[in-house]
Design a protein around this ligand. Structure first.
Ligand code: IVH
Length: 703
């Protein structure tokens, strides 16, 4: 266990120097994990505590402040894989406030610095502090010419190609008064609902799931391939600027209003305040709304409204005197860890889940929490029986921050992560990655021998974006699998023919009848004909999500061409087939490796052949370029009654339209069902045409 730190007031100079060096190292390491790898290993609150301690020591021993001090740096140096871009004006950070006193001190300092008379009001803007990643967008003559991440504040990564595919970022600024040069700064983030959907997709494809929306946004922006960024639902708010020789207004609020006129998204919750009390009332108001905003925020930001005052106030080390971040404290609770369950996923990943004594955190009863993986459990030394501190931030899955060592029951033993699959008993191993690293995830090696993996693969096979067999959800798969009625995917298609011989036949099983059995058989029959991309996706191959499945279907055209190529590529990585596969745009070595692994297993190819005896796999339908909606951006909202959201999306895409999740000025058409809310309002705001479902069918010639 770590030693209790010596209080700052009691440190002598030698201890202070050693402590500062240790803190600088620790903070730099956390910065690297956060900024370069989008994978923080401590909570924001714990990180802030490290910085606060370092700053408090520097305040007592100013002579010890050196160039390596965290107070002299922001972020971490840019990563190598992107080109670098120098910021014309550095992208600095904001000082943090945690208490009401910190806020009144901030305003007091401004007054003193500007030597304002007591009766002179100070206008300060207040706005949410978005928990995403900051970006600087350079516009010249109104055109986007460059985009860079913050990096170390002085030099960031060149993410221009990726910024261009973010819907919220305009390619051109519109309206009047657009200056010849301006660096627009703001935050890239991901909304909660988009984050949940993305993670669902990632999990289905056996790919990395993100711990929170911020990491998802950062990981999505920093893709070497912009088409991946384009497929991720990133959003943007503009709230500041860098180099800007001709500003369109004299106040913070005035510039932001101009940003809005130019077509940049700005946060509509920004307000002007005239006193500390108003700032605090704003802070509490936003705190109350926090959970319902739909995106993560971690506090509010205050800025002096008058730009001439901002200029006079200037900066101290890494932060402006005219701005402040007033942070929220995360919602925390203490409870007891009653057990650790190990779930086995479709790709064999063993995921530890904490079983907790139910406790309320931020108004929600929590009885499970993710433990991520075995390293995480070891690092935090989490033991069954421990009292743990739980944190729930925004909408995100609760996390265990730490254990309370004093409350550890006697004899509690370090947790031993199973090395055998709890379901099938096969060895569970951590794979070697390139560069000698081992995978954080331990996987069951049982493959299709493992009932858990088989069951999960079946659930995936029939799921909405795969075979989409109506009435065959997770529960039905569990039931049929446990009863031995279905072992592999092809058994689904022989079920009806085998039904007479089943003991008992489906219609006589508990909860079933003639009508429901008939309905299920019909739903299965309706899927005997399936487009190639869905078929490939349904196989549940590692790294093959919907996007890659579509790429493969387009690249190979027919199931026969696809299978022949996969079987050859799997056998020989120097073959023409392997070369062809890795030269398909979007398919890299890792994805190709997933395919080779799958098609290199005889039991998989056997299963595919058996499936093909039952099915007709048709080439991907060509995307239309001549339909009335081709090239248009469409948003579906409200309760659709004649089609599922997914069907609507597929139909629109086949007709050559682009389907977006939110309404912006770029939207051409909104199809609204009953109960449509904010998106309808947005449509009115931007003057976008709104039609109902019937009109949609009429327009696309299916009415
Ligand atoms: S203004 C001189 N406004 O918070 C810095 N920053 O701790 C001016 N952030 O680097 C930044 N929401 O990444 C500003 N409404 C907001 C913000 C915001 C989030 C981030 C930004 C910045 C960090 C500062």
């Amino acid at each position: 266990m770590a030693k209790k730190p010596i209080p700052v007031e009691e440190l002598n100079e030698e201890q202070a120097a050693a402590e500062l060096a240790r803190l600088a190292r620790e903070i730099a390491e956390h910065d690297r994990r956060y900024y370069q790898h989008d994978a923080p290993t401590i909570s924001d609150a714990a990180y802030d505590a490290l910085r606060q301690r370092s700053e408090a020591i520097e305040l007592r021993f100013p002579g010890l402040v050196g160039p390596e001090s965290p107070s002299q740096r922001v972020g971490a140096a840019p990563q190598e894989k992107f080109g670098k871009l120098k910021h014309a004006v550095p992208m600095l950070s904001l000082g943090n406030a945690f208490t009401e006193e910190d806020v009144s001190e901030f305003v007091g300092r401004i007054r003193r610095f500007l030597q304002l008379p007591a009766d002179q009001p100070v206008e300060i803007t207040a706005e949410p502090k978005i928990d995403g990643l900051s970006i600087s967008l350079r516009y010249e003559e109104g055109r986007l010419i460059q985009a860079a991440t913050r990096g170390d504040g002085y030099e960031g990564e060149n993410v221009t190609a990726n910024a261009r595919v973010v819907d919220d970022i305009p390619e051109r600024l519109k309206g009047t008064g657009v200056p010849s040069v301006i660096d627009v700064r703001g935050e890239i983030y991901m909304a909660h609902e988009d984050f949940a959907r993305l993670n669902e997709k990632q999990a289905e494809a056996g790919e990395k799931v993100f711990a929170n929306p911020r990491n998802a946004a950062a990981g999505s922006l920093r893709q070497l391939d912009p088409s991946i960024t384009a497929s991720r639902p990133l959003r943007f708010f503009a709230y500041a600027w860098g180099e800007a020789p001709e500003l369109p207004a004299k106040t913070q609020m005035g510039v932001i209003e101009k940003f809005k006129d130019w077509g940049l998204p700005v946060n509509k919750l920004m307000r002007l305040c005239n006193s500390v009390d108003e700032l605090l009332a704003y802070y509490h108001g936003i705190e109350e709304k926090r959970a319902s905003l739909g995106y993560d925020i971690d506090g509010v930001v205050y800025k002096v409204n008058r730009l001439d005052w901002q200029e006079r106030l200037g900066f101290v080390s890494r932060a402006p005197r005219w701005g402040l971040a007033h942070k929220f404290s995360a919602e925390k609770a203490m409870t007891i860890l009653e057990g650790i369950d190990i779930q086995v996923g479709r790709t064999g990943a063993l995921t530890p889940v904490a079983r907790l004594k139910p406790v309320t955190v931020g108004g929600v009863v929590v009885s499970n929490a993710t433990l991520h993986n075995e390293d995480e459990i070891a690092r935090k030394d989490i033991r069954i029986g421990d009292t743990v501190i739980l944190q729930r931030a925004g909408d995100v899955i609760p996390q265990i921050l730490a254990v309370v060592p004093e409350k550890r029951p006697r004899g509690a033993k370090p947790y031993e992560f199973p090395t055998l699959c709890p379901v099938c008993g096969s060895h569970a191993v951590r794979e070697e990655r390139e560069g000698g690293k081992t995978d954080a995830v331990r996987r069951c090696t049982g493959g299709l021998i493992c009932p858990a993996q088989r069951k999960e693969r079946l659930k995936h096979f029939v799921s909405r974006n795969a075979f989409d067999i109506e009435g065959m959800g997770d529960k039905v798969i569990e039931e049929f699998f446990d009863a031995g009625m279905i072992e592999g995917p092809h058994d689904i298609f022989t079920l009806e023919a085998r039904d007479r011989k089943l003991q008992p036949p489906l219609a006589q099983r508990e909860g079933w009848g003639e009508a429901s059995a008939r309905k299920l058989f019909d739903a299965i029959a309706a899927r005997r004909k399936i487009p190639l991309d869905r078929f490939i996706f349904a196989l549940g191959i590692r790294h093959i999500g919907e996007t890659n499945a579509r790429l493969l279907a387009r690249g190979y055209g027919t199931i026969d061409a696809f299978l022949a190529a996969m079987e050859t590529a799997a056998k020989d990585r120097s073959s023409e087939a392997w070369h062809e596969l890795t030269s398909l745009g979007g398919i890299g070595e890792i994805v190709a490796g997933g395919l080779a692994e799958f098609f290199g297993e005889p039991h998989n190819t056997r299963e595919v052949r058996k499936l093909l005896d039952e099915l007709e796999v048709v080439p991907l339908e060509a995307v239309s370029t001549s339909s009335p909606v081709s090239g248009k951006t469409v948003v579906f909202t409200g309760a659709l009654e004649k089609m599922t959201r997914e069907e609507a999306k597929t139909m629109a895409e086949r007709l050559g339209a682009k389907v977006a999740g939110s309404v912006s000025k770029k939207t051409d058409l909104v199809v609204a069902g009953p109960g449509a809310g904010s998106k309808l309002k947005d449509a009115q705001k931007y003057g976008v045409e709104v039609i109902d479902e019937d009109e949609w069918f009429k327009r696309v010639g299916k009415g």
